[in-house]
Design a protein around this ligand. Structure first.
Ligand code: GLY
Length: 351
């Protein structure tokens, strides 16, 4: 299956379970991590032909998505003497696609790159849409570019080696899409056999449907608002809280999707308070998150400190906090006029 992300001169295809032969008349630089390359590099190399192939691996984990790893990647690209026609392939999860895309966007003012995501989270979200970047001490993804890949190849086969936590983390981003865009998807999610899914033993069609639905929805959003000035902000549902949690736990306690799961539950409690969601809807989403063993609570030690970190969020403008909330099931909303007292009240519920 193929889904087009129609961005005029930057348009590209997302191929789902269609990775055949890739042939390039240039140098190719594969960015991966030791785990993924150990499991799947042989498969990728068997499908890849290029003038010369370079392989670079970086440490696995969100805590390494930083300036010093970026420098390591760029040094390896220079050592490989890549030119402006060379192609970078990001082969891994969201950390790899974010960093690979960023390195490609700044190397000699930009070279082409392709995403071959190997986690569910990267297939349903990170690898599509051209957000690239790194974290720093001020917050998550605060340094980066909008730079679209030339193609994305999502292969269900690569997802079969994922552990429970990684699959659940990918599911969290899919639940996000359902809550803000498509209520019917919640019924589908509820119908999934969670044991088979979390053991990566579900039918191939389940993975393909999750990826295809997410990519279809995301492509429509990105086509209308590539640089996130309005509609694309909705994709950050749950993320405003999640980014604070990830920052305060130094990116080393929760997988990104797990933090998003907690963030969605926090956002829902705020939405409940503002009468956008009712209790039944809030509880339904929490039940779905729990079905996939996702965390829904984080103990806030210092409410004021937590609140302060919100102000580093990229969605803010004029020092106003923008929250993405569910406005009934299947519909998202950007709220920029929430009384700080209402926000603090919810944070206190989690303290
Ligand atoms: N991950 C949210 C976005 O790509 O906009």
């Amino acid at each position: 299956m193929q889904i087009k992300v129609n961005l005029k001169e930057n348009a590209y295809q997302v191929y789902i379970d269609e990775l055949e032969n890739l042939e390039f008349n240039t140098k190719v630089f594969i960015l991966s991590n030791p785990k993924i390359s150990g499991l799947h590099l042989k498969t990728l190399l068997s499908k890849l032909k290029a003038q010369e192939i370079f392989i670079a691996t970086i440490k696995d984990g969100e805590e390494y998505k930083n300036l010093s790893t970026l420098e390591e990647i760029l040094n390896q690209m220079f050592n490989s003497k890549l030119d402006r026609k060379s192609i970078l392939i990001s082969f891994g999860g969201g950390v790899i696609s974010d960093m690979g895309g960023f390195a490609a966007s700044v190397y000699k003012r930009g070279i082409d790159f392709i995403n071959i995501p190997t986690t569910l989270l990267a297939c349903v979200d990170a690898a599509v849409g051209g957000k690239t970047g790194i974290n720093n001490s001020f917050g998550k993804n605060l340094i980066g570019t909008f730079y679209q890949p030339k193609a994305v190849y999502c292969e269900s086969e690569f997802l079969r080696t994922l552990g429970e936590r990684e699959l659940a983390a990918g599911m969290a981003e899919f639940i996000k899409m359902a809550v803000i865009f498509d209520k019917n998807l919640l019924d589908f999610i509820e119908s999934i056999d969670e044991k088979a899914f979390l053991n990566a033993r579900c039918e191939n069609e389940i993975f393909s449907k999750i990826i295809a639905k997410s990519v279809e929805l995301k492509a429509k959003v990105v086509e209308q608002d590539e640089k996130e000035s309005h509609l694309r902000m909705l994709l950050n549902y749950g993320h405003t809280f999640a980014h604070v949690i990830e920052n305060l736990t130094k990116y080393s306690v929760y997988l990104h999707g797990e933090a998003v799961a907690i963030g969605m539950n926090m956002a829902n409690r705020l939405a409940l308070n503002l009468k956008l969601l009712n209790e039944k809807e809030c509880d339904r989403i929490e039940r779905i998150l729990k079905k996939f063993n996702l965390p829904t609570h984080y103990k806030i030690d210092n409410v004021d400190a937590f609140y302060e970190v919100f102000f580093m969020d990229k969605k803010n403008s004029n020092q106003k906090l923008n929250f993405i909330l569910a406005d009934s099931l299947g519909k998202g909303l950007i709220k920029s006029d929430i009384d700080p007292k209402d926000i603090i009240k919810i944070l206190k519920e989690f303290s």
